[in-house]
Design a protein around this ligand. Structure first.
Ligand code: SF4
Ligand code: SF4
Length: 293
């Protein structure tokens, strides 16, 4: 049995101040940080003990996790477990990456996002170079805002072709054909992000071979359907797993629609679903080098 888990604890603080984010420069009180740490420890112990399932874990904190030692330590710890195929986290890559030397780099991976205005491109690229030196799998992404386009192009040009750069359509932003073409030149898969996917009643792996887990152990199909289907810590998640259609009208976030069966994106991202790396990357050298320039 294979199961992908998106884990999100109470942590909601971030060291960055992105203008498009509700968690910008948010500070968590000490008691919340303690609760987040305790919840993560409980989850990690559950992962360690659940050896009859091949597990893949993506940490999707509201804020930034890698500035907290307990996320770094947990990724190292889980990466060494034989029944854990992947452990990854979404991160702004502000923190140093040398701690990953302690991890099993066949298992640990990062989903990184470049936020222009919060970090220089040079510093961000230094972090990427550090990851490559360590042999850590990672993707790099940007939010597709018009004011990010020049930086995104420069980043794409500076990154080695082997590194996949994804682009997320900015929330509430409409793209005309020309704008879409600009971003698609950087990320050939941008088309999946630019239009929400109609998902109502369509079969989705979420709730069958992928679940979302909160700090208290409550299990939902995905981050986008609030109704719990069980709890991780009382075993009720096991009988709850079954094929289902989506109950939402649309699914517009990669960590959701990558599991929407009719899209077939699990095949496109085979081996890198959680850290968002396509199976066949780079597709063709000419497609990536100097894209959009
Ligand atoms: S780095 Fe991420 S969590 Fe932090 S402010 Fe920016 S978008 Fe929000
Ligand atoms: S399509 Fe999206 S919203 Fe619907 S169940 Fe799947 S992941 Fe959840």
């Amino acid at each position: 049995m294979n199961l992908s888990i998106l884990y999100r604890g109470p942590l909601a603080s971030c060291n960055y101040d992105c203008p498009y984010c509700p968690f910008a420069k948010r500070v968590d009180p000490p008691e919340l940080l303690r609760a987040d740490r305790a919840a993560l420890e409980r989850f990690a112990a559950w992962v360690e003990a659940t050896t009859d399932v091949q597990l893949s874990v993506l940490f999707t904190p509201w804020g930034e996790g890698l500035t907290r030692s307990w996320y770094r330590d947990t990724i190292v710890r889980l990466s060494h477990l034989p029944h854990v195929e992947r452990v990854a986290i979404q991160t702004n890559l502000a923190a140093r990456v040398d701690w990953l030397a302690e991890a099993d780099r066949n298992t640990a991976a990062l989903w990184t996002t470049y936020h222009p205005g919060q970090i220089t491109r040079e510093r961000f690229l230094e972090r990427c170079t550090g990851l490559r030196r360590l042999g850590v799998r990672f993707s790099v992404g940007v939010v597709g805002l018009p004011e990010h386009l020049a930086e995104a192009r420069a980043l794409r040009a500076d990154l080695p072709d082997e590194v996949y750069l994804w682009v997320n359509a900015a929330e509430g932003h409409r793209y005309d054909a020309e704008q879409e073409a600009h971003w698609t030149a950087l990320d050939p898969l941008f088309g999946h992000s630019v239009r929400p996917h109609l998902s109502l009643d369509r079969p989705c792996h979420a709730g069958e071979t992928a679940i979302s887990v909160q700090g208290d152990g409550s299990v939902r199909r995905c981050h986008f359907i609030a109704e719990p289907i069980g709890n991780l810590y009382d075993g009720s998640w096991r009988p709850a797993l079954r094929p289902r259609g989506c109950t939402n009208a649309v699914c517009d976030c990669h960590i959701g629609y990558v599991h929407l069966k009719p899209l077939g994106l699990r095949d496109v991202f085979a081996g890198g679903v959680l850290e968002r790396i396509p199976a066949a990357w780079p597709p063709q050298r000419a497609t990536v080098s100097g894209a959009g320039r």
